[in-house]
Design a protein around this ligand. Structure first.
Ligand code: F6P
Length: 496
């Protein structure tokens, strides 16, 4: 029987056979940097780029992204291109260069101080600066030029990713109406009440509506988007087709919950090198035999609920002191967006909390919390999944959350439990996890206890069901559904 990866390859061959496929995102899948005078590469933390890398490896094509590594320019050809993945190139990455001012205004400014807090409902105020918006427009235009140059006169399908590029489809279509553009929005879409404060709301909505299809993780975000459009601009909603017609152009709105490479993770996690890495981690962190390992793995971002998680661990120890010396909580945090003050403040808050909790509850031979500030490599991540008895995902708001799904893939022996925030997109698909409200520290602490004490049989039953769900909708199926839906609804592709 064909695998989901092979089926996707067939879909791309059949439906997009006359089309050049170009994926565009802000974040690149691999970045190159200097390490002890030599060039090394890493996969940046964050779900989107990671999952799309699997798709491009399977199907080939070109990926256009911002080259943000300090050695990125050293490894590309004269057109800014490099074959990836580095070990066995299967597709082409074209890097686009931004100067500091552009990166500040477009990435740190409008993308991550305006749109990010606007779309995540976590009580962090968005900041709208005209200068950032100008940069955002300018950089979206630069991406459009790079894409148009790449496709030349050919027929093309441009698959746009995320909130950094809300105006890209419009700029592409202004020059080439026939290019098929579809965008996947990797973060939540807020309700109209929240979105209405954005001074640039009309331009953003019109920019997104230049796409032929717009995808969200869950139906609720799509409904929010439609309500926002209804409220803010002149457009006709076709409820039957779930589409929006604006300026005579139709955009289909659909939900596609993103996923991970189930087969790859479940196979690699049991490989000898990963087993050995896990043993080394145990030695490194002095994780002796019967200590239960609870862990969290995130970018250090205020949407992820890391302080709430630490407070819940502290409350658990306060309420149930018998848990002292029975577990250790390891938080792995990848530094992220530290040019933004809220991210620096969050780092300080986490440091203070870890210090305070360890001071209060440590015994002679044991400290409850280990905080590792690092971007783990993929093998290291798998080693952690192997070790973890309980994985905590406590986002205050999250489009999907990839860690939750990856951890499930890694539990081949059904011997782990996932604590999952109700406010993630993933929670809608994964009800067999122990669901939590990260704001409710009292209940959160009890849910950690529940996971620690869960009978093996119940744990195995829940994990088996969770694995079935993720295996049934892996990353290749996600891409397959996206492309097939586009092909079903677009006349141009039906004729291809
Ligand atoms: O999981 C998707 C995502 O949240 C993106 O929306 C975001 O770009 C990425 O992860 C990580 O953030 P950054 O690219 O700023 O490191």
């Amino acid at each position: 029987m064909a695998t989901s990866r092979e089926k996707l390859q067939r879909t791309v061959r059949e439906k997009l056979k006359n089309y050049q496929v170009v994926v565009v995102s802000n974040r690149e899948p691999y970045l190159h940097y200097l390490k002890e005078g030599k060039i090394a590469h890493l996969k940046p933390a964050g779900g989107a780029a990671h999952t799309l890398d699997s798709i491009l490896q399977a199907c080939g094509g070109t990926w256009v992204a911002y080259g943000s590594g300090n050695a990125d320019r050293k490894v590309v050809d004269e057109q800014g291109k490099i074959g990836l993945p580095p070990e066995e190139p299967a597709y082409t990455l074209k890097r686009l260069w931004l100067n500091k001012e552009q990166a500040d205004g477009y990435y740190y400014g409008f993308s991550n101080q305006a749109l990010w807090p606007l779309c995540h409902f976590v009580y962090t105020r968005p900041i709208f600066r005209q200068a950032d918006w100008n940069c955002y427009q300018q950089v979206n235009k630069m991406f459009a030029e790079a894409v148009l140059k790449e496709i030349g006169q050919r027929k093309a399908f441009v698959w746009i990713q995320d909130y950094h590029l809300a105006l890209l489809a419009r700029y592409i279509k202004e020059k080439r109406k026939d290019v098929i553009c579809a965008q996947f929005w990797h973060i939540p879409w807020p309700n109209p009440e929240a979105f209405r404060v954005c001074p640039m709301k009309k331009e953003i909505l019109q920019g997104l509506l230049a796409n032929d299809m717009l995808g969200f993780h869950v139906r609720y975000y799509g409904e929010n988007f439609i309500s926002t459009v209804e409220r803010e601009i002149e457009a006709r909603i076709d409820k039957e087709k779930t589409s929006i017609i604006c300026h005579g152009r139709e955009t289909i709105i659909r939900a596609f919950p993103i996923s991970v490479d189930f087969q790859k993770i479940s196979k690699e996690v049991d490989s000898q090198p990963i087993k050995e890495r896990a043993v080394r981690f145990k030695e490194e962190f002095s994780l002796s035999g019967d200590l239960k390992i609870i862990f969290g793995l995130d970018r250090i971002d205020y949407t992820k609920g890391i302080p709430e998680r630490l407070r819940a661990v502290a409350r658990l120890l306060e309420k149930y002191p018998q848990y002292k010396e029975r577990f250790v909580f390891i938080q792995i945090g990848a530094l992220s967006r530290v040019r933004i003050s809220q991210y620096r403040d969050l780092n300080d808050e986490i440091n203070d909390l870890v210090e305070e909790i360890n001071w209060k509850y440590s015994t002679e031979n044991w400290s409850p919390i280990i905080f590792v500030r690092k971007t783990l490599s993929f093998p290291e991540t798998l080693a952690f999944y192997r070790l973890g008895d309980v994985c905590i995902v406590s986002s205050l708001h999250d489009g999907m959350n990839i860690v939750a799904k990856e951890y499930i893939c890694a539990k081949n022996n059904l011997d782990g439990m996932l604590l999952l925030s109700r406010f993630t997109g993933a929670a809608r698909e994964l009800p067999e996890a122990v669901l939590i409200n990260p704001y409710d520290i009292e209940d959160f602490a009890d849910r950690i206890k529940q996971a620690l004490e869960m009978p093996e049989k119940e744990k195995a039953q829940r994990m088996a069901k969770l694995r079935e769900t993720v295996a049934d909708n892996d990353i290749y199926k996600w891409a397959d559904k996206f492309i097939s839906e586009l092909a079903k609804t677009l006349k141009a592709l039906r004729r291809a």
